[in-house]
Design a protein. Structure first.
Length: 412
């Protein structure tokens, strides 16, 4: 993909890709702030801030209304590491997105009413997602086992609603001025717009915004696990569930890429090992089985899980043994060339499909610049992985002495 990259005097990195096949322009603004940057007594702040950024800025009281008048749409997301905002609108109205995003980067309105409204929205979301949904608090319970000191021990949505309830206006001001700044962001602009126009609009609307001092990340690194952990909880869930998680390296490392492919070999598609041995095998114990990794900027985890037809002690014991056998097998045996090729093909296919429209391209370009990567090298790095690399990563990660096992049982 051809792209242009330049940096404004205030530190804002801008990446541009021209796509004349569309009549639209996508503007993606990625901030280097997420749940790991929160105070441990005010967890959920980054997610709350995602909502507050739509509550009115210093010169524009209604972000959504102004964008809709220009024929545009928008949304945002927050993760452990980043907060991302995107706008999609007709190319002839592209300047509207620059105007809107620059004003809320300059300063929020810091309205007590907006804080009260968005606080209520976030608390209600916490209740819906974590308290009133089956398996909703699994992430809370699992992270408590995996992390002891690192901020990843709390999910992005926060530890508890009480933390959001106690957020005050001074907390909001401090968080904004410590993280939401041009020198802490990457802006990607993709669509039917020239580089010259992007330069002009970026300088016009974002150039006058001063850089700010970004709060340093001073939290401790997570120590190596002292041993395996195990927890059994009872919840209002339809089926028993077994989850096993193992610490692994951060995004961008060779082990991370191998782990990404490894989980595909285990659980992606009907040719995967979990599907053939756990779901289609003779035991009939499993109704679903999955494997995934946490795509985090700092050391994360690989997770395997399965839901069961029965919650009897015998069924639980046998199902866990079956999971363990599959993990032992991928540690001891090289994956076949066909298995690895299938996983690599799946990755490349998904990667390319995620480049089909301006919005996806903008998101991927922003993330690539944030990581200091060339997006054209990504597929080649996955293609370079060998079966021996997969087995080595499996042996490094899938160690029983560092595992955390969470069993969720239906309440009787």
């Amino acid at each position: 993909m051809e792209y242009n990259l330049f940096t404004l005097d205030n530190g804002l990195r801008v990446v541009h890709h021209a796509d004349t096949s569309t009549a639209m322009v996508a503007l993606n603004l990625l901030y280097n702030v997420g749940a790991r940057d929160e105070d441990s007594h005010l967890t959920g702040m980054a997610h709350l801030f995602e909502h507050l950024m739509f509550g009115g800025s210093v010169n524009i009281p209604d972000f959504d209304g102004a964008l809709e008048m220009a024929g545009g749409t928008n949304n945002a997301w927050t993760s452990d590491d980043f907060t991302n905002f995107w706008d999609l609108l007709p190319a002839e109205n592209a300047e509207t997105a620059f105007w809107l995003e620059s004003d809320r980067m300059l300063s929020l309105a810091f309205s007590p009413n907006s804080l009260e409204v968005q606080r209520g929205v976030v608390i209600e979301e916490f209740k819906q997602v974590c308290l009133n949904r089956p398996y909703g608090d699994v992430s809370h319970r699992l992270r408590e086992m995996l992390y002891s000191v690192h901020p990843y021990r709390y999910p992005t949505i926060g530890k508890e609603p009480e933390h959001i309830e106690r957020v005050g206006m001074e907390d909001v001001r401090r968080f904004f001025h410590s993280h939401y700044a041009p020198n802490n962001a990457v802006m990607a602009v993709v669509g039917n717009i020239s580089l010259e126009r992007v330069r002009h609009l970026a300088e016009k609307w974002f150039g006058p915004i001063p850089s700010r001092e970004i709060a340093p990340r001073q939290y401790p690194a997570e120590p190596a696990p002292a041993g395996s952990k195990r927890s059994v909880i009872h919840r209002q869930v339809p089926q028993a569930c077994i989850i096993k998680a193992f610490p692994m390296e951060r995004y961008g490392t060779h082990q991370y890429i191998c782990a990404d492919l490894l989980t595909d070999i285990l659980a992606s598609g009907r040719a995967s090992r979990f599907y053939r041995s756990l779901l289609m095998g003779d035991s009939g114990l499993f109704t679903s089985a999955d494997a995934s990794i946490a795509g985090t900027e700092e050391p994360g985890y690989l997770m395997v899980s399965g839901r069961l037809r029965s919650d009897s002690p015998e069924a639980l014991a046998e199902a866990e043994q079956m999971l363990d056998r599959e993990l032992t097998r991928i540690r001891e045996e090289l994956p076949t060339a066909e298995e690895l090729l299938r996983a690599q093909n799946r990755f490349e296919s998904n990667y390319l499909f995620n480049q089909l429209n301006a919005l996806d391209k903008a998101r991927n370009l922003a993330m690539a610049v944030m990581h200091g990567e060339n997006p054209d090298d990504t597929v080649a790095r996955y293609r370079a992985v060998t079966p021996a690399d997969i087995r080595q990563a499996a042996n490094e990660i899938l160690r029983s002495e560092s595992s955390s096992t969470l069993i969720i049982l239906p309440e009787k």
